[in-house]
Design a protein around this ligand. Structure first.
Ligand SMILES: [Ca+2]
Ligand SMILES: [Ca+2]
Length: 232
């Protein structure tokens, strides 16, 4: 029984360790279909896990360098209203009609590795490229923190102590203003810290009060005992 429990706890620890290992800065890529047009609507760097390939998928999302070489690719399954079953042979016209028939609010998010030498992302179906996203948008070094930029991809434009719409709750003495209350330990206000201090002092004070009461009771009991002995 003990052996089984040990194995169980060890496997839980191992699973958690593996998940912790996978958590890293990755590129979050949003694919959107709107008004019949499919696009890569956004890409930004976040701390998360990589997406696993969807083997049934016939679309691929690719990271490419300046020479057009594929650095990484992930199979994606584009399910959703408007996407025809895979394996269907389509003429050029049918394919055009298919993309025009895409549901208005189709959206899919995938997580790719954050490779510094990747210049752009493409979404491809068996016939070729259907959408592209320029990764220059992750950081343009113009001094302003803009869409797709954040501290992780563009620390020069998006310093950690200014808003970039992404909470990074590091314990580094810098408060990230994007974090909600209680998430970033560095964001406690001066007053909250003082209150924390007050709480510790009041705790100590209440302990002293308890000691004082205990002492008074002891003195009273001892006095009573002495009186009782004298009476005898
Ligand atoms: Ca910028
Ligand atoms: Ca932030």
């Amino acid at each position: 029984m003990l052996k089984k429990m040990l194995v169980f706890f060890a496997s839980i620890m191992l699973i958690q360790f593996c998940f912790a290992q996978q958590l890293m800065p990755v590129m979050m890529v949003s694919i959107k279909a709107n008004e019949g047009k499919i696009s890569i609507s956004d890409a930004r760097v976040v701390v998360d896990h990589l997406s696993s390939p969807e083997e049934a998928g016939k679309h691929a999302i690719k990271l490419k360098d300046s020479t057009g070489r594929t650095l990484y690719q992930l199979k994606v399954y584009m399910h959703g209203i408007g996407f025809p079953p895979y394996g269907m042979q389509m003429t050029e016209e049918e394919r055009k009609a298919f993309y025009e028939s895409l549901a208005k609010n189709f959206e899919k998010t995938v997580y790719l590795p954050y490779l510094k030498n990747a210049l752009y992302i493409t979404l491809e179906d068996p016939n070729g490229e259907v959408a592209r996203f320029d990764l220059g948008k992750l950081c343009n070094n113009n001094g302003a923190c803009e869409e797709s930029e954040n501290y992780l991809s563009c620390a020069s434009d998006c310093p950690l102590n200014e808003k970039d719409n992404y909470c990074l709750p590091l314990k580094d003495a810098i408060c990230d203003p994007d974090c909600s209350k209680g998430i970033d330990p560095d964001c406690a206000t001066k007053r909250e810290k003082e209150e924390e201090g007050f709480d510790i002092y009041s705790f100590i004070a209440s302990n002293y009060l308890f000691l004082a009461i205990a002492l008074i009771i002891t003195v009273i009991v001892a006095y009573r005992l002495i009186l009782l002995r004298k009476e005898k």
